[in-house]
Write a protein that binds this ligand. Structure first.
Ligand SMILES: [Fe+2]
Ligand SMILES: [Fe+2]
Length: 276
């Protein structure tokens, strides 16, 4: 069984969402992957995310297994809808997991959901009151404008962690691929010394959490997948591999090097797992 892993396609940055959807279909058809795990941020408008998944399903034999990113939860184009209402639009789409699991052949299961953040990845010099503002150095974390959770970030995060833990326990006899959009390994946040580090010491707050990292350490988890941070990195820890395979927006392709066209970047970002 071949499984592709990719994240953060941000399809609404192209003329039409069908452009990156067709490119992904071509890349996947070339690989012969049976499934592709998409770890969120397909687009920031649920209508476009739905179009993307429907197009991909029609044009590729590879079956998508996917979770919402923070951008999937944005109400920017539907300001009358809250997070629960937006999530409901995805629930019947093929392969969508929101704190749910999908069985795969060979005793494997994917357990996945968006996850969230509880500010635990922020630098310790920031107080909760500072972080809760989600504003620093004249920069606003845009989830604060476009995501209507109806509760605080830590409370929403705690609910996601509890629900994901329940799913992990329900599937603990299987070999688990654990997927969240949010960063589930502290080594994958923006590291000290990166450009704009002072800002990232603050904005790392909104990338993921130590609690999500603890979930990845469930003994049945063999692989952990995340996105959101727009890196392409794999980390191996204690025989468990963490994949962060973000395509990122077109303006970021230059930082990844290589050919700058969409198909080349998608091939580079895509990881292929071969599982018995
Ligand atoms: Fe993203
Ligand atoms: Fe994201």
């Amino acid at each position: 069984m071949k499984i592709g892993i990719l994240s953060d396609i941000h399809a609404d940055m192209y003329d039409t969402v069908e452009t990156p959807a067709q490119t992904l279909a071509d890349v996947l058809n070339d690989t012969g992957a049976d499934y592709v795990i998409l770890a969120g941020d397909l687009s920031e408008d649920y209508e476009k995310t739905i179009r993307f998944i429907e197009y991909l399903t029609r044009h590729s034999k590879t079956r998508p297994v996917w979770v919402a990113g923070n951008h999937e939860l944005w109400s920017r184009y539907h300001p009358d809808e809250n997070t629960a209402q937006i999530l409901a639009h995805y629930s019947d789409l093929p392969g969508f997991l929101h704190n749910q699991a999908m069985d795969l052949p060979g005793g494997w299961a994917v357990v996945g959901g968006c996850g969230w953040y509880d500010y635990s990845f922020a630098g310790t010099r920031f107080s909760y009151d500072q972080l809760e503002k989600r504003f620093y150095g004249e920069k606003t974390w845009m989830d604060s404008r476009y995501v209507y959770l109806g509760m605080s970030d830590p409370e929403f995060h705690a609910r996601q962690v509890r629900a994901l833990y329940t799913e992990l326990c329900r599937h603990e006899k299987q070999k688990i691929i654990f997927v969240t959009h949010m960063v589930n390994n502290p080594h994958l946040v923006v590291p000290h010394g990166m450009p704009n580090w002072k800002k990232w010491e603050y904005f790392n707050a909104f990338l993921g959490s130590w609690e999500l990292y603890r979930l990845t350490q469930h003994p049945s988890v063999r692989y952990a997948v995340c996105g959101h941070v727009h890196f392409r990195r794999n980390i191996v820890e204690n025989e468990r591999t963490y994949y962060c395979r973000c395509l990122g927006s077109c303006s970021e392709f230059v930082k990844f090097g290589g050919e700058q066209d969409l198909k080349s970047q998608m091939r580079d970002a895509l990881e292929i797992l071969e599982l018995a």
